[in-house]
Each structure stands twice: as C-alpha cells, then as structure tokens.
Design a protein around this ligand. Structure first.
Ligand code: SF4
Length: 316
C-alpha cells in the first residue's frame, strides 16, 4: 500500500541543521512512524542558503504590519529570501503530502506562539497576537493549504493531539484518493460517518446532507471543496470521552438482536468504565471489532472507525 507522505522539519528527523549545529530529534517519529508514512524532510533556513551553524533569526513586527525575518547579530533582512524559498518548497514538495509536523517556536517552522519583536527589538507579549504568531514557512504552507493537517512538535508530544493528527492525516490521504465522483464521496462519508460523529454529531449530519443532496448535475469540484472544508475543520477538534461514549452506544445498538442480556450488560459496563476514565478507548473499540467479526457485520466492517490509523501507533 502506498504510504501517506508527511512533511517534517528536518531537525526533528535528527538532521543537524539548526542554527547551533544541533537537531531536535523526535525518536517517536523516526522509530514508530517510519514503517507507515513517507517523510518529506525540509529545512527552510538551510534551503535559503544559510550556513550551519548560523546566526539565529527573529521575527520583527513593523509599524506597517509587515513581519520581517531579521538576523539576530548582523541585522540582515532575510524576509525576501525566506518568502521565495518557502514558496519554492511548497511548489516542489507539498503537492501530495497529507500532513506536516513542524518544529515549535521556530521563526521559520513554528505553528503558533513564535516570539515576536518590535523594531526596537523588544519582545511583544501581547497575548492577542502571540497564539497566532507563526514562522514564515508555516504561515505560507498553512494559508495555501487550509485543510492540511499541521501540528507542531509541542502539540505532537501530547498523545491525544498526536492521535487526532494521525486520524486527520489518514482521512486526508483517503479523501485525496477519491475519484471526484458523487458516488465515491457518498461511499467515503458512509465509511467515515461514525468517526465524524465522535467529533461533532451535528456536523456529521450536515456532511451527510452535503453528500446525499449532490447529484450528477452539480459541479463536483465545488461539492468536494464544500465537503472537505467542513470535514477537516470538524476533525481538528479532539473528541471528548462523552461524545465517544455516545458513538459506542450507537454502534452497540447494531447488535441488539444478537446480544444476550448478560453480554449486553458486560459491554455497557465496559463503555461506562471508558466514560469514567477507568478503561482506555482501545478496550470498547476492540470489543466492537470482536462483535463485528463474530456477527459478520459487513456495513460496520468496512467502516474507518476500526481503521482510523495504523493500529501499531495507538496509545490510548
Ligand atoms: S526549525 Fe525549521 S528552519 Fe529551523 S532548523 Fe528545524 S527545519 Fe530548519
């Protein structure tokens, strides 16, 4: 099977490309993910011709609203070079990626809370500004690919954030493989609807309506764009235990004629224990998988709920 491609900051793959000649190796990525994903390594600063080691750079907010990349010692303005190089990387390396993992707080790669200075080199602590401060490469990548799953190394460290990122990457990969037909979109939605329901039940209905109300007369590219915009904004929100519990109850309902009363009692207790944080998510999920196999439930068997991302990467 073709491996989905993920763009990764080169320093996170252990390459010594940082300004100080070091790296920011994330061994979880290099040891656990390599079997399932193809990595596209980028270092915008090295690719714009900066040396290793090099002077650190900072982002400066100028009075006219422009954000400049300025050398910490030389005061060289690297902005134009950073913009041109970032666009080159986006043009040459991102057409088939399904996600990006970027080094946190970098003036090039940082996704949020990157330090920002004024023209007098005073750090700006305005909290209305800092959560959205991005590095130059990250800004361009995300603005040109608004649905692309992107996460920084800080959030990736959190296992709930990491799993939700992997779920979104796999969804993006599968969506990108659809053939553009209405039928393919409807089949995709049917296989994803319970996973979407975990994130937002109302959105799941809205997405179902978009797919169902489409017809052969519609402009399919517009249809796909409308659906994917709503889908990926919905999946960016991490599901709660409560919403996941609701979905488990819904799915167990498919077996109401097969389960004996005592079996049902055990399973419902298992779901209640998950809801109370006594059991991990994988326990009711595995029970569901067992029931689907045992009763040959073909509709649920094909559902991506059981195949959210490679199971070897599951930690919850
Ligand atoms: S954070 Fe980005 S620009 Fe900085 S060393 Fe890593 S890959 Fe290069």
């Amino acid at each position: 099977m073709e491996k989905p491609k993920i763009l990764i900051s080169s320093c996170m793959l252990g390459n010594n490309v940082r300004y100080d000649g070091g790296n920011k190796l994330d061994a979880w990525i290099t040891t656990k993910m390599a079997d399932y994903f193809e990595f596209v390594s980028v270092c915008p600063e090295v690719q714009m011709g900066m040396s290793i080691p090099r002077e650190p750079v900072n982002l400066q907010l100028h009075k006219n609203g422009d954000i400049k990349m300025i050398g910490g010692k030389s005061k060289t303005d690297y902005t134009d070079s950073a913009l041109v190089t970032s666009q080159d990387i986006i043009d040459q390396k991102t057409s088939d990626i399904c996600g990006a993992i970027l080094q946190k707080k970098s003036p090039s790669c940082g996704v949020e809370r990157v330090k920002l200075f004024n023209e007098k080199e005073e750090e700006l602590y305005n909290m209305k500004l800092t959560p959205k401060n991005r590095g130059i490469f990250a800004t361009m990548l995300m603005s040109q690919n608004p649905m692309l799953p992107v996460i920084d190394s800080g959030r990736f460290f959190d296992k709930n954030e990491r799993e939700n990122f992997l779920r979104r990457v796999m969804c993006y990969h599968r969506f990108s493989k659809l053939d553009g037909s209405v039928r393919a979109l409807q089949d995709f939605h049917a296989r994803y609807k319970f996973l979407i329901m975990e994130h937002d039940q109302e959105r799941m209905r809205q997405l179902g309506a978009i797919a169902a109300n489409s017809s052969g007369d519609h402009d399919h590219s517009h249809l796909y764009a409308t659906y994917s915009e709503l889908l990926f904004s919905t999946l960016s929100k991490i599901p709660t235990r409560k919403s996941r519990t609701n979905v488990f109850h819904h799915l167990i309902g498919f077996f109401k004629n097969e389960l004996a009363a005592d079996e049902k009692k055990v399973i419902l207790q298992m779901i209640a224990d998950y809801n109370a944080s006594i059991l991990p998510y994988l326990v009711p999920l595995k029970m569901l998988e067992f029931l689907i196999d045992k009763y040959h439930h073909m509709y649920l068997k094909n559902h991506y709920f059981l195949n959210q991302f490679p199971k070897e990467l599951n930690e919850n």
